[in-house]
Design a protein around this ligand. Structure first.
Ligand code: FAD
Length: 315
């Protein structure tokens, strides 16, 4: 089912989950064991992150050889396997960086073939380019990727494909309640978000945030400039003291002092865990009281913290 239909049809806010593919060499059953614990909460959809390949030129037998390495298992294969096993609605992340438009079209056609209806379209955080002539035929920004998918939804492919059906993807994009780190200011970033919606995005999932007031401001400002698609808040359950330092650095977000204080007063990992989960539960309860359509949990494929937050919300 399309995420936009899920939003329309849900009588109460849904939950959804984001996972990160396991590293290469992990077996399907190992991944499924962790997913099973998350699937018990009946997520409306499960999104799976995607990671740019690493390209290098290496000498093999005295010759320069182009090598492509991937540390994680394939996003799209995981989506197809999880859909078959759990009946969950998968939402693969598709990134621009490191992929030509041809490669993107092939992947989208394969996903369409498997009945996958939702896509999260992102620029990606990998290296800016893959090098060589391939970059000349890659999408530069998420809005370009949205445009490519929308053309496919109209039956327009890069080269004509005889008797090809139109795809019918529901497209999500990323939004940043605290601004994307490259944007000069919030106004510009919102205008760029508007471009993605104008290009045909149907819903927005936000970057993680810990200050709900920033999210409410972002939602209001987006609505003022005519962004009227559903905005789904992305929440990362905290569960370690290190998160307080690491998450702001990686994701360019702030953790409010009140949240820090509630966690930093403990040193024992069990107490830190309990206080962190309590902080996430309080954040989610506040969002639910402010009319969000659902909450998207950045589980990072670790089931317990997200499960504990969900139990806390229900209690
Ligand atoms: P864009 O929308 O292209 O924006 C990137 C920057 O360009 C912004 O600063 C924007 O303001 C600016 N911009 C946009 N259009 C213009 C324009 N016309 N002129 C000038 N500036 C412009 N990364 C991964 O690698 N894999 C993942 O699976 C992944 N999943 C994610 C899921 C979510 C929900 C979120 C929030 C992020 C995810 N990311 C992922 C991270 C994301 O790829 C990065 O944040 C990336 O830096 C930006 O991606 P974007 O799609 O928002 O880019």
């Amino acid at each position: 089912m399309k995420i936009t239909d899920l939003v329309k049809q849900s009588s109460k806010p849904f939950i959804s989950i984001e996972i990160i593919p396991p590293r290469k060499g992990v077996k399907l059953e190992t991944m499924f064991a962790e997913l099973e614990a998350l699937m018990r909460h009946k997520p409306a959809f499960m999104s799976v992150t995607s990671h740019a390949h690493e390209w290098s030129i290496e000498k093999v037998d005295g010759r320069d050889v182009e090598r492509m390495k991937h540390k994680r298992l394939d996003t799209n294969a995981i989506c197809i396997a999880a859909q078959a096993r759990f009946g969950v609605e998968p939402t693969p992340h598709i990134i621009c960086r490191g992929f030509t438009k041809d490669e993107t079209e092939d992947v989208l056609l394969t996903l369409n073939f498997h009945g996958i209806e939702n896509i999260l379209a992102l620029r990606g955080d990998g290296p800016p380019t893959r090098g060589g002539s391939a970059d000349a035929f890659a999408n530069e920004r998420a809005a370009d990727l949205v445009e490519q998918i929308q053309l496919m939804n109209q039956g327009v492919y890069l080269d004509p494909i005889e008797n090809a059906d139109k795809t019918d993807f529901c497209i999500g994009v990323a939004g940043y309640p605290e601004k994307h780190f490259e944007a000069p200011d919030m106004k510009t970033d919102l205008a760029n978000l508007h471009r993605k919606v104008h290009a045909g995005a149907h819903f927005i999932i936000t970057q993680m945030f810990f200050d709900n007031e920033a999210f409410y401001r972002f939602r209001d400002e987006a609505s003022k400039i005519g962004i009227n698609v559903p905005i789904i808040p992305g929440i990362k359950p905290l569960y370690k003291r290190e998160h307080l330092d690491v998450l702001p650095k990686i994701f360019h977000i702030k953790i409010p002092q009140t949240v820090r204080d509630s966690i930093e007063r403990f040193s024992n990992p069990d107490d830190v865990y309990k206080a962190s989960i309590e902080a996430s539960v309080a954040q989610c309860k506040d969002l639910l009281a402010h009319g969000v359509p659902g909450i998207h949990f950045y589980s990072m494929s670790v089931a317990k913290p997200t499960s504990d937050v969900l139990k806390g919300i229900k209690s």
